[in-house]
Design a protein around this ligand. Structure first.
Ligand SMILES: O=C(O)c1ccccc1NCC(=O)[C@H](O)[C@H](O)COP(=O)(O)O
Length: 200
């Protein structure tokens, strides 16, 4: 069954929604320029409120590998998501610091981007529209023929997530803007998305 990641938690009440609807993963955004940014301390508070079986993902954009590894070492996150221009050299440096699993995000504009993602040495790949948290879809037709399991991200909503899962059977779907109303996580949209994904 396709797994679910709900990204960009910032508030205590959102941990209650997560504990009620149980996505497989929840994301914390450590990129300072995001409106969903949380500090490491804040993420630790939110993590402590989550059911222990929900795995937490720290999203980093061109951060120092030491910062991502330290966050994992403190037990705040279970996986590291790289959402910037991190390359294979960065992955190698990170691996020397931590054995925390890594999700590498790729912005998909053309077939070549899918090919680059397929070659990544990261534990998981995530395919997204662009810089992250944009609420926009990329051209899903580019997914056909992709051999490797992947997180599908970018512009997923209660209206299109079922179709995405049915058509492409990704390893996981990753949703942020699509479960928000006026920039705040919306419990009804979270419930609807998770029900629709699990029903496929
Ligand atoms: O969500 C952000 O604000 C963000 C900022 C900078 C880098 C990454 C970011 N999000 C990463 C995610 O994993 C999002 O869930 C993913 O991009 C999908 O977002 P959306 O299109 O809003 O569903």
């Amino acid at each position: 069954m396709t797994k679910v990641k709900i990204c960009g938690l910032t508030r205590e009440c959102e941990t209650e929604y997560m504990n009620r609807w149980h996505p497989d993963f929840c994301g914390f955004i450590f990129a300072g320029n995001s409106r969903r940014y949380v500090s490491r301390e804040r993420a630790a508070v939110l993590k402590a409120l989550l059911s222990p079986e929900i795995r937490t993902v720290g999203v980093f954009v061109n951060a120092r590998p030491e910062a991502a590894a330290a966050c994992a070492g403190e037990g705040i996150i279970d996986l590291i998501q790289l959402h910037g221009q991190e390359d294979e050299g960065y992955l190698k440096a990170l691996r020397e610091l931590t054995d925390c699993p890594v999700i590498q995000a790729f912005s998909v504009k053309e077939a070549e981007d899918i090919r680059r993602a397929e070659e990544s040495s990261a534990d998981y790949i995530l395919l997204d529209h662009g810089a992250g948290g944009t609420g926009k879809c990329f051209n899903w037709k580019l997914l056909s023929g992709l051999k490797r399991p992947y997180f599908l991200a970018g512009g997923l909503t209660p209206a299109n997530v079922e179709r995405a899962v049915r058509l492409y059977r990704p390893y996981a779907v990753d949703i942020s803007s699509g479960v928000e109303t006026d920039g705040v996580k919306d419990p009804i949209k979270i419930e609807t998305c998770i029900r629709r994904i699990k029903d496929v």
